[in-house]
Design a binder for this molecule. Structure first.
Ligand code: SAM
Length: 235
């Protein structure tokens, strides 16, 4: 199950030990089941908007005899969930905009946020900074030939002004994990694809092309640093 999902394992590593997490969009319920089974936490809440996914989670949790320690909840985002005793909010596998909307509806949140967006990562980073959440770190993960980032953030009320570089790369350059190399590679090919598209369309959007050129140069720079590290045996 989760053993074959490095993305979820990377999240599990960051959950508050002995805490009480909520997993929003739990689907099969693998993550809360793993957290309780491994003794990382003693209880968890698994929530999903879909009846089908929640039924799958119920079956998985029952099969592991964890029903007394994992509560299931059919709801949209964090709607109706008592957060007063919760330590972590996990939202993985949803789009960045949807994650931001879910957080906004219960803003501000004092729990540790563990967020893994599938799309619109830049939008989510911007949302966090502009709403007083500090991005403590990002953990890159590589699963089924795709690179992901897991954002760990906490509310401190300080509104930060990010720039295009931060919204694009986030705190990944500071990560020690070698998977960030794969993340930068996929980011670079996405940026280059966008650049080609704009060039082909002979767009007049000079500012956007200039912006892309800077981001592409930065991505290459990060990749070079990684290659250098690799050759010097630091990976
Ligand atoms: C791709 S799955 C991700 C499952 C798991 N979290 C993971 O990362 O492997 C997305 C799940 O989020 C649920 N979902 C989508 N929008 C949601 C929302 N607004 N509130 C709660 N769950 C939602 C879907 O029903 C689905 O089960």
């Amino acid at each position: 199950m989760i053993e074959r999902k490095p993305r979820l394992l990377a999240i599990a590593n960051e959950v508050t030990k002995g805490g009480y997490p909520v997993d929003v969009g739990t689907d099969h319920g693998y993550l809360p089941a793993y957290l309780v089974k491994q003794g990382i936490v003693s209880r968890a809440l698994a929530a999903d908007i879909g009846e089908g996914p929640l039924l799958a989670a119920k079956q998985h949790i029952e099969a592991l005899s964890l029903s007394d320690r994992i509560e299931l909840r059919l709801c949209d985002g964090l709607t109706g969930i008592d957060l007063s005793d919760k330590t972590d909010i996990i939202i993985a596998g949803l789009g960045g905009e949807t994650i931001a909307e879910i957080l906004l509806r219960r803003h501000p949140l004092s729990q540790t946020l563990l967020l893994q967006p599938m799309t619109k990562v830049e939008t989510l980073r911007r949302f966090l900074l502009e709403h007083g959440y500090r991005i403590e770190k990002e953990i890159p993960a590589y699963e089924e030939k795709k690179a992901y980032t897991i954002i760990k953030a906490r509310y401190d009320g300080v509104i930060r002004k990010g720039d295009a570089l931060f919204f694009t790369f986030g705190a990944l350059p500071q990560s020690e994990k070698k998977e960030k190399y794969l993340y930068f590679q996929s980011l670079l090919s996405r940026l280059e694809k966008k650049q080609k598209g704009l060039q082909k369309a002979q767009t007049q959007e000079r500012t956007e092309l200039d912006r892309l050129a800077i981001l592409i140069a930065k991505a290459k720079e990060y990749l070079q640093e990684e290659i250098y590290d690799h050759h010097s045996g630091n990976l």
